[in-house]
Write a protein that binds this ligand. Sequence first.
Ligand SMILES: [Zn+2]
Length: 254
Amino acid sequence: MMMFNSNSNPKSAIRNSQSAIECFTLIELLVVVAIIAVLVAMLLPALNAAREKARQTACSSNLRQIGIAMTMYQNEYNDFFAPTHLNNGTSPSPAWGSTGWHQLFVNLHFTQWTIFMCPAGWNYNTSSWRHSASDPSQTYYQKFINYGYNMFYVGGFPDEPAGYPFSRTPARSNDIAQPSDTIMMTDTWNVGNNSPFYIVVNYFSTYSGYGVAWPYHSTGLNILWTDGHTSGVTMKDPIAEYPVALPQYLWDRK
Ligand SMILES: [Zn+2]
């Protein structure tokens, strides 16, 4: 009995098999590329969402640490919240030459300067405000940090010009009627200066020289409340949604 018939030339079979494999591989390659393209398209939004969630969590953690630093300050300074900045004696409102609340916390060894940068805010509109990409601490010294302090109602306004209806001195815990509903710090952007800022104020247009609460995150912004808890507030359009998302009662001491 023969092992191979006349059509079973091994060399010919190998050749046929190779050409079949090449042909199949080409089609398969196109199919696989198409499948990968679909999978990537499906996966990218999930990856972006995961990255954004991680940034929100890191931001919230930063704010909680700021809240702990504030509690440490109050324990040492007779329950006063930290001043927005230390008045250096010149006028008017010499915030640039004075020591900001965040610098005070670092000087007192309550925390590191790095926690003042929101991961989403640091990547937000990078055009002009980063003084030195190689040394981000320079940005911190210039007060371009991502978290603004509620100056008018919690930190006080030591250089307040005559006629402004706000407190010059920082509040104490007992001055805040609803601590869990009163903003202490939040993600902040200074629209006039096109930069982050260490002070946040309650109205969008009236005090545009300061920062306003700003939605660095895709869903909105994070807030540290005066009782020390943090939460997110949904806001995509600061101009349209500001009065509704952050009404006056969330800012003042009442
Ligand atoms: Zn943030």
